[in-house]
Write a protein that binds this ligand. Sequence first.
Ligand SMILES: [Zn+2]
Length: 403
Amino acid sequence: MPRDTGSLLVTNIGELVTNVPGTGAGGPLGLRRNAAVLVEDGQVAWVGPARDAPAADRRIDADGAAVLPGFVDSHAHLVFAGDRAAEFAARMAGQPYTGGGIRTTVGATRAAPDDELRATVARLRGEALRQGTTTIEIKSGYGLTVADEARSLRIAAEFTEDTTFLGAHVVPAEYADRPDDYVGMVCGPMLAAAAPYARWIDVFCERGAFDVDHARAILACGQAVGLGVRVHANQLGPGPGVQLGVELGAASVDHCTHLSDADVDALASTTTDWVSGPETTTVATLLPGAEFSTRSPYPDARRLLDAGVTVALATDCNPGSSYTSSMPFCIALAVREMRMTPAEAVWAATAGGARALRRDDVGVLRPGARADLIVLDAPSHLHLAYRPGVPLIRHVLHNGVMP
Ligand SMILES: [Zn+2]
């Protein structure tokens, strides 16, 4: 990661979102007015009133604008080839989404040379960064052979620390008649080849993908070699994925579109206070770009929040069901379509994403945190939902430097 030398002061911040509860105006966003942030060696060194700011080698004048922690996109599928624009057009003309198009991308990905895959990840990572995303998780899952999953993760690891092995995305066509054999391969040689490049393991636990017994077996194999657990769960219909994730201590269950009361209760029972010990919360990560792009009903974020569940927002960036890298777009959808308040949505897109990745160094602006922050072209975080589709990111600092 690039590091800058010398200190940098971001000052004249009209509204600073710290995500440090109890700070300034209080609330989970920890809002401060007329603030400044000092950055040294890629980290936040000091946060306080602009009038008390220490001297620095350089400064950025926010001129009264809002400053937030960089967005933490905890769910993205960036290693692929080809696009599925025609499938999107067909869906918008009335065809339902079934997840079957994943196999189209698998064929294109297997046929692509490394450099083509790397260029796609670089393009999408750059696109996300310009829109304020300073931390991104990247999954494999379009290779589905030992060699193609391993190279997908090797390429992903060039761009992020948060890489996720998703060999259990779908059962590939050549194993269609013998899913047990495919699960055995995922748990055996594929996991062995993928694990050196992966921090997490994930399964698409859904009718038409992997059932609960297969999902449990695969996730347990990943845990046994030290990978953290995440689950694609309850996207297309009700199912056991969310409760499986809670049972296994998953950091996050993602989608959560079709939930029973027992699912919500199970998630709420995991909510812990991050400060008091090791993180054990299973976060519900909502991916409204998928519902937007498949014209499907949105998850009931209000029900989750009112039950005390920790909620994150992420893009699910992928070529089939959610081809957006924009966290501001997801915030706007969450507010307009899922009844989250603007504050809840901003928290979910920053601190929530960090908790879904079990990280305490991002999604927050306090001394010692990574100096990842965005300066908006707006006086308040409210504008992210209030002005949908408008490029409001004026500056991005990533590891204390402007990329
Ligand atoms: Zn996904």
